[in-house]
Design a protein around this ligand. Structure first.
Ligand code: FES
Length: 97
């Protein structure tokens, strides 16, 4: 095992979990927007010149499904619920700090 420092200043975890059976809502289900949000954040991070410093990663269920799409920033204490691709600029602006 190699132990290294975390290679990114920040990581944004975005729930893209799906539940094809529709038994419960899921951020990544069609029409919920989780996957679109993840792609929009990746694009915005690249546009802002933060690629290599900020990582946007797909996440499994974050357990606040009904409030989704959900995302959070690590390290930090910011959690975002009900996020749309239109919110990406505000989120990415904070990542540049
Ligand atoms: S499916 Fe996204 S928080 Fe559960």
């Amino acid at each position: 095992m190699d132990k290294k420092k975390v290679p990114f200043r920040k990581t944004v975890f975005v729930c893209v979990n799906t539940r094809p059976d529709g038994a419960r809502v899921a951020c990544g289900n069609p029409g919920r927007g989780g996957l679109e949000l993840c792609e929009a954040l990746k694009h915005a991070v690249k546009e802002k010149g933060l690629k290599g410093k900020v990582r946007v990663a797909k996440s499994g269920c974050l357990d606040l499904c009904e409030q989704g799409p959900n995302a959070f920033v690590y390290p930090g204490d910011e959690w975002y619920s009900g996020v749309t691709p239109q919110d990406t600029a505000a989120i990415v602006a904070k990542l540049a700090d």
